[in-house]
Ligand binder design. Sequence first.
Ligand SMILES: NC(=O)c1ccc[n+]([C@@H]2O[C@H](COP(=O)([O-])OP(=O)(O)OC[C@H]3O[C@@H](n4cnc5c(N)ncnc54)[C@H](OP(=O)(O)O)[C@@H]3O)[C@@H](O)[C@H]2O)c1
Length: 263
Amino acid sequence: MSTRSEGPLRGRVALVTGGSRGVGRGIVLRLASDGAAVAVNYRRDADAAADVVREIQTRGGIARAYGAAIGDDEAVRSMVAQIRADLGGVSIVVSNAGSASRGRTVTDTGLDEYRSLLDVHALGPIALVQELMPDLRSADRSDVVMISSATVTSTPARSAPYTMAKAAMETCMLTIAREERANGVRANIVAPGLVETEMGRRLVSAATAGGSMTDLQAASPFGRVCTPADVAGVVAFLVSQDASYLTGQRVMVDGGGPDVSIF
Ligand SMILES: NC(=O)c1ccc[n+]([C@@H]2O[C@H](COP(=O)([O-])OP(=O)(O)OC[C@H]3O[C@@H](n4cnc5c(N)ncnc54)[C@H](OP(=O)(O)O)[C@@H]3O)[C@@H](O)[C@H]2O)c1
């Protein structure tokens, strides 16, 4: 892993929400490897966040952990102030934190669940972007990347609160792309299919009555399930100089779509 002074993202500060585990952890490691100083946001699992920070620091990179639940606007405000004080202005924000629906039909899902998923996947990330906008606008180059989901395209049964909330944020991202390009801010969406993480494993178990991720590997595109590193590679491209003329795009990271979908 290279250090901040070596990589293509040297001098940039990145915030990755839900960066302690799963897809977010993969993104944190990749952006740090490309030279960014990384703020690792988490909600509860402070040990997991501390682990990834230690891994980056051991390799000579710059990272710090920040606890704050996306959706808790006061906690998010204090986190942003602390990151500014510790690392400087953020010029890369990856909105990745999230959780899945409980798997009920539209009819059987209480409105509280819709509200809660909208808070985590749409309203919370909007509040975060609002808070960071002064930093993003004042940087020479800045990027907002949202980790969405292929479910916005496939609209599977029993996941409406999750899919609706992701769709709402996708629409907001495309609007931000138009509104903020005059200020140098790029806004893009990355929409993975199934990814090998704790959330992915839970989804597979629920959809296949106790089946495991291992059972799906051979039948998946390219003979394997997508990994956090696959998603991180696309994020790294989007925030790189090679993508500086790119905004308002949605990239699906699903190997071209599964032959047999669990979603
Ligand atoms: N896995 C998949 O198959 C898949 C497919 C498509 C899209 N995605 C999307 O990819 C993103 C990451 O998913 P994942 O699979 O990596 O999930 P995961 O393994 O369950 O990890 C979730 C991460 O998000 C954090 N988090 C959850 N709610 C949060 C909140 N309100 N505020 C701050 N952090 C929060 C968790 O922190 P704590 O541990 O501290 O709670 C953890 O770091 C999500 O947006 C998900 O919708 C996943």
